[in-house]
Design a binder for this molecule. Structure first.
Ligand code: GDP
Length: 362
């Protein structure tokens, strides 16, 4: 069946890439996503702590409008339906997902603080990305903190650079060169993205400010361009389910729900699903298939949109009975008419073993 689904793929029918944001604490991961969403999740959170995992869907139209100034009238040949951005993976809650060999993310943004250079979790993130062979872009964040930086909100980064006094540019270059050396020491070849002639061998750096929004259009455009040009094979929609449970949550009026990332394939209301539970496999039926409004965090309270069916890639909330003991970080399966539920139960529990064995190792 998978072979059939693979044969039916069409290079014109791409799914949204899944993008993760990684980096040391306080480098600006939350603020960058916040700036992209232009809402203020951070301020609504107790103590600004973001240890949960959320996902934000950015439709193509939002990418298009945000990159308008950058394109200066040129058309954006957008082939993707949008981007699905997985929010700050808090170190603990992400460890389950990390252990999954398949790797959830198609591309990652590694955030580095221009003023601090590489820090402990930056290096951990780099090692993780290398291990998973996940392509990534480096956001060299907080450029607005350069002394006497002259900012214009949301402007493309090269325009921003051109606006600076000579000595500001000089400080930028000095700091950038330092961080580039540190990256070289980690075995990474890197280049400013507009000087990068060989994106297959050199990792792109985009200077950004999450506060002023400078460079954010460049970051968005680059994620889209790289994925849709270099990853077509991986991004072709496959009508075969691939889905990971991110979180198990109690929601008023809905009971226990699971937040999942639908990486590929489709989910439908009424589907029989099999998920991993602490006490053994759970077989249940999807009662409601929900998404937040576009450009909103999956975990933000409020109105959900109900769907009859959903197509990857998407962050989805599933309401169903018996999800209380579901385990985050595991795969979700749908039992189709031809599937043997017992086989799926076995598959689901194998995931659980993987998680425990990788926890033992760390
Ligand atoms: P995270 O831990 O990586 O998610 O970092 P946050 O997004 O919470 O940001 C940490 C701190 O750095 C907050 O006080 C932000 O306001 C600040 N910050 C983040 N990005 C920038 C930036 O581009 N410029 C400046 N000046 N401050 C920033």
């Amino acid at each position: 069946k998978l072979a059939e689904a693979l044969a039916a793929r069409d290079p014109k029918d791409l799914r949204s890439p899944i993008c993760c944001i990684l980096g040391h604490v306080d480098t600006g991961k939350t603020k960058i996503l916040d700036n992209i969403r232009r809402t203020n999740v951070q301020d609504g959170e107790a103590g600004g702590i973001t240890q949960q995992i959320g996902a934000t869907y950015i439709p193509a139209s939002a990418v298009e409008s945000r990159t308008e100034e950058l394109r200066k009238g040129r058309q954006f040949d957008l082939k993707l339906p949008g981007l699905l951005v997985i929010d700050t993976p808090g170190h603990e809650s992400f460890s389950n997902l990390r252990s999954r060999g398949s790797g959830l993310c198609d591309i990652a943004i590694l955030v580095v603080d221009l003023m601090h250079g590489l820090e402990q979790q930056t290096i951990e993130s780099i090692n993780l990305l290398k291990m998973r062979k996940t392509p990534f872009i480096i956001a060299m964040n907080k450029v607005d903190r350069l002394y006497k930086w002259n900012s214009v909100a949301n402007s493309p980064i090269q325009d921003a650079m051109a606006r600076q006094e000579e000595y500001v540019r000089k400080e930028f270059e000095d700091r950038l060169n330092q961080v580039m050396l540190q990256l070289n020491e980690q075995g990474l070849n890197v280049a400013l993205y507009w000087k990068n002639r060989d994106p297959r061998s050199f990792i792109n750096i985009v200077p950004t400010s999450a506060i002023t929004g400078e460079g954010i259009p460049d970051l968005l455009q680059l994620v889209v361009k790289l994925t849709q040009s270099l990853m077509v094979d991986r991004l072709m929609f496959v009508n075969s389910l691939e889905s990971t449970v991110l979180e198990v949550k109690q929601i008023e009026g809905l009971g226990t729900t699971i937040d999942v990332v639908l990486v590929n394939g489709m989910l439908r209301e009424g589907d029989t699903i099999v998920v991993c539970g602490l006490g053994g496999p759970i077989v249940t039926t999807i009662r409601a298939l929900l998404t937040p409004q576009p450009l909103r965090e999956i975990r933000v309270k409020g109105q959900y949109v109900h769907h009859k069916e959903l197509r990857a890639a998407m962050g989805v909330k599933i309401a169903a009975h018996n999800l209380e003991s579901a385990v985050a970080g595991t795969q979700l399966y749908v039992a189709g008419p031809d599937d043997d539920v017992e086989d799926l139960k076995d598959a689901v529990m194998e995931d659980m073993q993987d998680i425990f064995s990788s926890v033992d190792k760390t």
